[in-house]
Design a protein around this ligand. Structure first.
Ligand code: ADP
Ligand code: RBF
Ligand code: MG
Length: 469
């Protein structure tokens, strides 16, 4: 089906009404696989088939969901009120952004913060969740669904005095008939994403999660809630393993201890107060002994809920110092990406790498033997296997220094003090998506490194001498 975002804003803001009007539901057949001896052609055809399959899948979902909302919604979507408040709680209780908004408001003369807290809800259901999110502190809620009828029904929650905002920056709820993978970046960044009994029904759940996470900002919550039907067995439930789906994404369960959590080995949180984020309401959540520690079955509303957090900036508890000669890489950084990376020889860094998770870090770098460039400058560092590309094996340590050296320095020693962690490494759909994310990493690193505390940790013995650039 078409995405609301493929159309001008004036169309997209129609409340839950498809910009195309009612569409006949045409059952599309899946094309037979054609095998081509030309790899590029084969890849292009596979991509085209995938698109057709996804459109057919989404049309099917749209029809199913139209049907769900046409009959007794108590039967098709039981415990909606309970689910709405439980999910709003999981999404927003102790959210770092809410604390920031409260602090901002207290510092203003009028007591009104101008900061926004944006939520993305995938799966409209009865609309109660969007209302609960607004009541719990969200300022903007964008609700997506494939079903026009479901969106219309959800928008009715706001009938009367509480007309939802419909234009880009107005506060309130907006409803759009669209696929989560088609939401453009400018709709975000989101502080909360809720898959409202919808992840399982995505054409490609991992892709849907990945796209959603790319729309978030550090510290955001991602909540995945799946209804457990009476027919479901432990086997069918375990077959859809949400924890496994997020394994490769920059997400960690909010129930993890960051000191030993999946993503944060050897690291401490940037903000001590955020370590207070814990289970939101133990009275109605209960650990399921057969599942992983991050999974909670809410018996009051028959749903399994997973709550994750996009890591805020993590400072390393112990700074890591890397000192190694610069070696040849793949020749791609400067030429293709516009981001030159000095590849440090991994062979001399075995000890340091043993304690570092694969991912993107920030810190300070310098060429200690160079009189002109001996001062520290900000840098981002990728320690990883570059999953976006098929070439090359093994872990590389690549440093992009945020300054212009005016020359290459292969063979020279580079010294790097790694101070913080930004995110795990991910596979991107090509160069431009990767470069866009690297630019965001650079922005986050600059902000973090401007902090005085960061500067003071760089060189405690000789004092900090930063380059002016
Ligand atoms: P390679 O694949 O060989 O690493 P790149 O295209 O990534 O090649 O370019 C990296 C080289 O560019 C580094 O080894 C270094 O000599 C040089 N360089 C120049 N400016 C920078 C910078 N700001 N950050 C990192 N490397 C830089
Ligand atoms: N490669 C990936 O495949 N996935 C990533 O998430 C990724 N993140 C990076 C972040 C930064 C800040 C930098 C400098 C590089 C990153 N790379 C990543 C590595 C990139 O693929 C590599 O620099 C080029 O392929 C050149 O070797
Ligand atoms: Mg390089």
């Amino acid at each position: 089906m078409s995405s609301a975002f493929a159309f001008p804003a004036t169309h997209a803001r129609a409340l839950g009404r498809s910009p195309l009007g009612p569409r006949p539901l045409v059952a599309r057949s899946i094309r037979p696989v054609r095998v081509s001896s030309r790899p590029a052609l084969r890849a292009a055809r596979a991509a085209a088939d995938a698109v057709v399959d996804k459109a057919a899948h989404n049309d099917e979902q749209s029809a199913l969901r139209d049907e769900m909302v046409s009959g007794c919604t108590e039967c098709t979507m039981p415990f909606e009120s309970e689910r709405a408040s439980a999910l709003a709680n999981a999404a927003l209780a102790d959210h770092t952004r809410l604390s920031a908004i409260a602090k901002d408001a207290s510092e203003r003369d009028d007591g009104c913060s101008k900061m926004a807290l944006r939520a993305l809800v995938v799966g409209a259901e009865t609309g109660k969740l969007s209302k609960a999110l607004l009541e719990h502190g969200a300022t903007h809620v964008l609700v997506l669904d494939h079903s026009r009828l479901m969106l219309d029904r959800a928008a009715e929650q706001f009938d009367g005095s509480e007309t939802p905002g419909v234009v880009g920056n107005e506060t309130g709820a907006r409803f759009a008939r669209a696929d989560v993978c088609d939401v453009p970046a400018y709709q975000g960044p989101f502080d909360v994403v809720v898959f409202n009994d919808s992840l399982r029904h995505q054409a490609d759940p991992v892709e849907a999660l990945r796209r959603a996470v790319l729309l978030t900002r550090p510290g955001a919550r991602v909540v995945v809630s799946e209804r457990v039907s009476e027919e479901s067995t432990e086997e069918t439930e375990n077959a859809f393993d949400v924890d496994a789906l997020v394994e490769d994404l920059p997400l960690q369960s909010i129930f993890d201890d960051p000191k030993r959590g999946k993503t944060m080995m050897r690291m401490t949180r940037d903000d001590d107060s955020s370590s207070e984020i814990h289970e939101t309401s133990p009275s109605f959540t209960e650990r399921l002994p057969t599942r992983t520690s991050e999974t909670y079955l809410d018996h009051r509303c028959g749903s399994v809920t997973h709550t994750y957090e996009v890591p805020p900036l993590f400072k390393l508890r112990d700074r890591v110092v890397l000192n190694a000669p610069v070696v040849e890489g793949f020749g791609r950084g400067s030429r293709l990406m516009g981001v030159p990376t000095a590849n440090l020889d991994p062979a001399v860094l075995e000890d340091e790498l043993a304690g570092m998770r694969r991912g993107v870090y920030f810190g300070y770098a310098r060429l200690p033997e160079d009189a002109k460039h001996g001062k520290w400058c900000k840098c981002v560092v990728n320690v990883g296997a570059r999953p976006t590309f098929a070439d090359g094996e093994g872990v590389t340590v690549e440093v992009h220094a945020l300054r212009d050296f005016g020359r290459d320095f292969y063979g020279e020693n580079m010294e790097v003090v790694v101070l913080g962690f930004l995110r795990p490494e991910m596979r991107f759909d090509g160069l431009s998506a990767l470069v866009a994310r690297i630019m965001a990493d650079i922005g986050l690193a600059r902000g973090a490194l401007d902090e005085r505390a960061c500067r003071e940790r760089v060189d405690e013995t000789v004092g900090f001498q930063a380059s002016d650039e």
